[in-house]
Design a binder for this molecule. Sequence first.
Ligand code: ZN
Length: 451
Amino acid sequence: MLEKWQAEFKRYKSLYFIYLLIFLLCLGSMAFFVYKDNQATSRKLTMEVVNMRQGPGVTYDIERQLTKDTPYQIMREENDWYYVKLKDNSTGWLPKWLVNPQAFAETSSFIATVLADSAPIYEDNTVDSKQIAEAQKHQKFQILHQIDGWVQIQTDQGTAWISQDTIEITPGTMSEGAVITSRMQDLQDDLLADGQYSVVPTAEGVNIRQAPEPGAEIIGKTAEEDVLTYLGQEDAYYHVQLADGQEGYIANWLADSNATAMADLANQMEETSTLSNQVIVLDPGHGGDDPGAMNDTINEKSVTLKTAHAVKDKLEAAGATVYLTREDDSTVELGERVEISKRTGADAFISLHFDAYDSISASGTSTYYYDDGSVPLAQAVQAQLLEQLPLSSNGIRFGDFQVTRENPAPSLLLELGYMSNPSDVKTFTQDDYYQDVAEAVYDGLVVYFQK
Ligand SMILES: [Zn+2]
């Protein structure tokens, strides 16, 4: 037996040798990858200063400040924060968006909050450039870019730079009101420079007519890079003055004007200021022990919560004060939901639900009110649901629910689609749907509060 084996071995000796070689190659590359991996987890900070915190969030205390080139190892990741270990074995949390340049590039919205008592704002990303303003402690700016310890920020005077040493960076977007104000400011600066509103044709060779109507006599055509003086608007036409002093009309769908841009911003401003003093309570239906309506894939309690968060974000961006009756999957009694509305002095209360019915053909949204005082709110919100949602609207209806019946605030209960209708479910489980609901509720509230 042994002899036979030896003979076999001789015959296949060269083959065994090749197997051995392949095995060693595998071992070698494994060792290489293990080595590579260790290399990858030992990193160095590229920012000038980063706060290491006691937990994964900016609300946690600062453990200590780390400076550039501090080596650290990532132990694990949680909610966009890295749990890290330093050379001296101390541990803490670093925001992923500050230590990972790619993560920063992927998230576009960050806010800079000034930590220092005052902080110089520069024209460029160097202290040698012109200082254009002095930011005060707690002042906030939208961040546009980040480079070598400097961040580019949006200010009322346009874009500028501030040193990262003087600020704290957190994810988020400035309120719409603040952004609109800064855009209006930019437009106003342009107007001051030019002295008047202008009309810029979007193409070459656009007709300029004698009167504001399609068949009117053509008195000229626009040339490349033409900038006309804005005199006013008539129907769908801009009344303009040409370089030679002649007056005429140009179709507003073939030209842009800073006059319209300004009017649009003013409208937006009015909309956001409409909500800025309002307290809105959003009530994500069910939760905790009570799943609400269920089907094979989802519970009502989870979709109502998702919707509530989308609506909250939208309303808060417009300056409204928003309370949720539950922030997570917890059990909240109906009476407590009404109490929250009373305690916060809600100007409007909106309960969010998804319907269920025996027949799978039941479909669409319904807006329920209890008392007559809530009818205008119901009408305003329902009109927007009808216009903006992909699901049909079943209109406004009287409904006897505890959260609206016992509520002193104008209150609604919205059923935003049927859990029992597969086609409805397919529609309202798309992410876009929650945004659409948020837009519709926002627009409905603006209309309601403007009256
Ligand atoms: Zn429900």
